[in-house]
Design a protein around this ligand. Sequence first.
Ligand SMILES: [Zn+2]
Length: 248
Amino acid sequence: MTNTVKTTAIVLKSSKHTADASRLLLLFSPEKGLFSAVIRGVEKPKAKLASASQPFCFGEFMLAERNGYYTVIDCYIYDSFYTLAGNLDSYVLSSAMLEVVSKLAVPEDANVELFTLLLNSLKVVAYEKAEPTAVAIKFLKESLVLSGFGLDLATCDVCRQKLTDDEEVGLVYVGSGAVCEKHKGKVEHVDLSYEEWQTLHAIDQTKLAEISHLKFYSREALTSCLSLMLKQFYYRTGEKLISLEKYF
Ligand SMILES: [Zn+2]
């Protein structure tokens, strides 16, 4: 028995498939969560669905479902995010965001918030020229929170007081995320430089939609904040990101 299913989704990954000219897609849908689907004939020249088989493709997918296996039969593309390919940083970091979702999302489990976060993050990088490193930092933090791995950069792990801009903050891995100057002696932590904390705190306190207005101290501080957030991701989830292996 074949059923037809229609769902909004974004292509997280596209890999070779054993069948001729087909590809295997890993898709993420707000209603269905993570799922795989075969898309046929897309490696033939002038294939009608070729664009729908590319990572970042966001659209309405028509699927044929048989015994739990999906085949893409049509796709109405809302956005392919082609502009992301025009800048190496944007492309690499946006690809990392797709990979993060492939590790955090759960099959057949609705996750509208994670879907919205991914889509809005891709949009600010592609169309608002937001600093892709800053967006990746924000994305890592928010996706960890949404997926239940915690991470709180606003309050101290020990005293729960609000952290301010002008103190020497430490990052903690076992615990909520950050420790104030006074309580650093109580927990194992990594010291942040003044610039690193200013950068991380500003990104954490700013809404995604306003992140393109932020000004940053230096590229070095941004890069080291991303590296710190990736360590938080690796530590908390036990997952590595292949798309960033060459860079971090
Ligand atoms: Zn404290």
